[in-house]
Design a binder for this molecule. Structure first.
Ligand code: HPA
Length: 278
């Protein structure tokens, strides 16, 4: 449920005020540490770590592997604030709850948001373990975090989506990948609600409508970040190969192994992008 406009504003303001008192508001770079970026948290020189439960109005993380805390500190000399643990629609959170933390980060002064996620690869040139820089997205989640009355102080009623993924940040990631000799695919992410993976017919459909990978996160956060005018970059870890005519039953251990395998590379790349923002 989206709260009414005054409640929404006051929830975000209260959370931001609480955080400002604990971590300050000097960070211009926000991170959502999804799949493949767990270890990036270890590289942050942590100044303060705030469990979501201590931030008024924040949803609580239900997925066990996600810690559910906000980390403030320095990464490669850049002040960052990182979400360790994110919220998914498939957990039962509303689009408002999934994206409320992004509004809080924007209110704290974050101008750039870097995101990672897990996704299934549908482009036949992609392989399990590959990384994909998102160039664009398709929202097939059936909900939109911006429905309801618009808070004009946050952003426009009809936000532009001609280029949700910042070209400059993408160029930086591309250059970093080249420099490190890392293969970085580039393509379109389609977001579905989940939690089940797709049928063969669905993968065929999603590929035909122009997507390269499919996942269950990120797009709501990107929409809200763009609403606030926050610059966005997102990288997916391809955890499974979703080729409809050669589809194998999904194996969670294989998905986790692919994510773990890609982690060092993604951590390094993301660190390079952060460093470029100094
Ligand atoms: N479908 C949807 N979400 C996913 C997948 C998938 O195949 N793999 C990882 N996240």
């Amino acid at each position: 449920m989206t709260p009414d406009i005054d409640t929404a504003q006051s929830l975000v303001q209260t959370a931001a005020d609480t955080l400002r008192a604990r971590i300050g508001d000097g960070a211009r770079v926000g991170l959502i540490l999804g799949t493949g970026l767990g270890k990036l948290a270890d590289e942050i020189e942590v100044r303060e770590s705030v469990p979501y439960g201590e931030i008024p109005g924040f949803p609580l993380s239900t997925v066990e592997s996600h810690h559910g805390r906000l980390i403030a500190g320095t990464l490669r000399g850049v002040e960052v604030v990182a979400m360790q643990g994110r919220f998914h629609l498939y957990e039962g959170y509303s689009a408002w709850q999934v994206t409320m933390p992004v509004r809080v980060l924007a209110t704290l002064g974050v101008e750039t948001l870097l995101i990672s996620n897990a996704a299934g690869g549908m482009n036949p040139l992609y392989r399990r373990g590959d990384l994909m820089l998102t160039t664009d997205h398709i929202n097939l989640q059936g909900v939109n975090p911006l429905t309801g009355p618009n808070v004009d102080a946050w952003g426009p009623r009809f936000p532009d989506m001609s280029e949700p993924y910042d070209p400059e940040l993408r160029a930086t990631a591309e250059a970093a990948a080249l420099e490190r000799g890392v293969r970085l695919q580039q393509g379109v992410y389609v977001a579905v609600e989940g939690p089940n993976l797709e049928t063969r017919a669905e993968y065929r459909f999603l590929r035909q409508i122009g997507a390269d990978v499919v996942g269950m996160s990120t797009v709501p956060e990107v929409i809200v970040a763009r609403h606030h005018g926050v610059r966005v970059m997102a990288i997916s870890v391809i955890t499974d190969e979703c080729f409809p005519d050669a589809l194998e039953a999904v194996s969670i251990p294989e998905i986790l192994a692919a994510a773990a395998e890609a982690e060092p590379t993604l951590t390094a790349l993301m660190g390079d992008v952060v460093a470029s923002l100094a």
